[in-house]
Design a binder for this molecule. Structure first.
Ligand code: AP5
Ligand code: ZN
Length: 216
């Protein structure tokens, strides 16, 4: 199954992706995670990406498309994939359609996690992530059992550098101007499915699974 997760920053894409990939046995391809990994390793890609990510701006399409093209060619993506945070511009969506066409593949479902803008700031500024395994928590909505420590691996939890109030504002503006128009793009293709992302985390997961299993 080939799936795209759409939705504004903080809609719950990463949280839900973790669950869906383990359920369906497909790789989770997150361009945001790829940039953060490259940034932490200080590679040429990381140095370039940091200029944009740290300001809450989108990384240029050519760089981002190249990463996805390479990743989709890895053998583990043969059985399907979940793309999280890509595409984010019409140009990226067109590039993805072309990549998949060449591979003789197509997107099965585009899941849009809908959450109102006023809820996103609280979600993002309260987010904490495990340094070791990448698990996502929230200080209020999804806290770890011991403060600052991952339930899963006892790793240390940290706050993303772009989860400050100021950067979140820029990220939301980027989303509205460049990414939101993609919803109409996929609606036209008849593959867009809406999920209410304001519900409890478990309820959102159930709704997504029902859609993906074709029962809705
Ligand atoms: P990226 O890492 O993709 O960030 P994003 O889209 O801003 O999304 P987030 O990871 O912030 O949110 P999410 O929807 O995954 O929410 P989460 O599940 O964590 O991109 C970062 C940057 O990289 C971009 O700004 C850009 O610079 C660059 N980039 C990446 N892709 C790019 C591309 N294609 N083109 C160009 N540049 C690109 O949840 C958020 C919080 O809410 C968590 O604390 C969670 O616990 C909590 N939560 C989740 N669900 C619920 C719920 N139902 N109720 C209550 N709380 C909840
Ligand atoms: Zn962990």
């Amino acid at each position: 199954m080939n799936i795209l997760f759409m939705g504004p920053p903080g809609a719950g894409k990463g949280t839900q992706a973790e669950r869906i990939v383990s359920e369906f046995g497909i790789p989770h391809i997150s361009t945001g995670d790829a940039f953060r990994l490259a940034m932490s390793q200080g590679t040429a890609l990381g140095v370039e990406a940091k200029k944009y990510v740290d300001q809450g701006l989108l990384v240029p399409d050519e760089i981002t498309n190249g990463i996805v093209r390479e990743r989709l060619q890895q053998p583990d993506a043969d059985k399907g994939f979940l793309l999280d945070g890509f595409p984010r511009t019409i140009a990226q969506a067109e590039a993805l359609d072309e990549m998949l066409r060449v591979m003789g593949r197509s997107i099965d479902h585009v899941i849009n996690l809908a959450v109102d803008r006023d809820k996103l700031l609280a979600r993002l500024t309260g987010r904490r992530i495990c340094k070791s395994c990448g698990a996502t928590y929230h200080v209020i909505f999804n806290p770890s059992k011991a403060e600052g420590v991952c339930d899963r691996c006892s790793g240390e939890l940290y706050q993303r550098s772009d989860d400050t109030e100021e950067k979140v504002g820029t990220r939301l503006d980027e989303y509205l101007t460049k990414t939101a128009p993609l919803l109409a793009y996929y609606e036209k293709q008849g593959i867009l499915r809406q999920v209410d992302g304001e519900q409890e985390i478990d309820t959102v997961s159930k709704d997504i699974q029902t859609l993906l299993r074709g029962q809705a």
